[in-house]
Design a protein around this ligand. Structure first.
Ligand code: DGL
Length: 263
């Protein structure tokens, strides 16, 4: 298989990674994507580094067996905790995480004090703090891990109004910041409701900027697919019906297109 024709592997703990896949499939319509939602181990945000590495290693081995040309960590938690380890283990496959791009393209000149919303494992890793401090020393960062958000999204409850849950998590930060980093790929799914609570601020989604890095990398390598319409394979390590219920509010695909993967 030529490099151009090889698929791109994308993964997350669950439906959150689809917010990244959504951008990728529109911008790169000829590419073949293999998406894995590791719902059997969701939420990642509460796991240890050892556990995260174990899950990610398993998924990357599967991608390797499918001859992917690139692996995208559509997940802040793994990007923050195990990206370097994965790059050492899978030297022959380029692996891209979401955090570098989020920092690189941050509209820092418009921000003074920004709130990072991310999982506990991302906050504890201090990756955002370190990178922001290096790149934008005058920008103040406050971090918060809203424990209820990922379960509310994975259970499909976000389709109802969850404003009260969001208020409970964020009330201490209202009027305290001028921007919010949605540092978990699940959070763009509830951005409208977060905005209703936090108000009209600058919102930065970690699901957005990675696209530019992926495009630039594939272009430079001359690995971009250019023939026909790309395929999308969607797998969950959990239940396909639950994955469909959680994703169908924001991602268009048929229930029968979601497959259960046992790896
Ligand atoms: N969507 C992931 C992230 O960006 C993981 C969320 C979780 O499973 O806790 O961090």
């Amino acid at each position: 298989m030529s490099w151009n024709e090889r698929p791109i592997g994308v993964f997350d703990s669950g439906v959150g990674g689809l917010t990244v896949l959504e951008k990728l499939r529109h911008a790169l319509p000829c590419e073949h994507f293999i998406f894995i939602g590791d719902n059997a181990h969701s939420p990642y945000g509460e796991k240890t580094k050892e556990q995260l590495l174990d899950y990610a290693k398993n998924i990357c081995q599967y991608f390797q067996s499918r001859q992917v040309k690139m692996i995208v960590l559509a997940c802040n938690t793994t990007s923050a905790n195990v990206l370097e380890e994965l790059r050492i283990l899978f030297k022959d496959i380029p692996i891209i995480g979401v955090i570098d791009a989020t920092i690189k393209y941050l509209p820092a000149s418009k921000l003074h004090r920004v709130l990072l919303l991310a999982t506990q494992a991302t906050v504890t890793s201090k990756k955002y703090d370190t990178f922001i401090h290096q790149a934008y020393p005058s920008l103040q960062l406050i971090s918060h891990a809203p424990h209820s958000f990922v379960p509310l999204i994975e259970s499909g409850q976000y389709r109802l109004v969850i404003i009260e849950d969001i208020k409970k998590e964020l009330k201490g930060y209202i009027s305290q910041v001028d921007g919010v980093i949605l540092g978990c790929t699940h959070y763009p799914i509830i951005q409208d409701q977060i905005q209703q609570v936090m108000g009209d601020l600058i919102y930065i989604s970690s699901s957005d900027s990675i696209l530019w890095d992926i495009q630039a990398y594939l272009k430079e390598k001359k690995w971009l697919a250019f023939k026909g319409k790309g395929r999308i394979e969607i797998y969950t390590t959990g239940k396909a019906s639950a994955f469909y219920r959680a994703s169908s509010g924001f991602f268009h695909c048929l229930e029968e297109d979601i497959h259960e993967l046992r790896i």
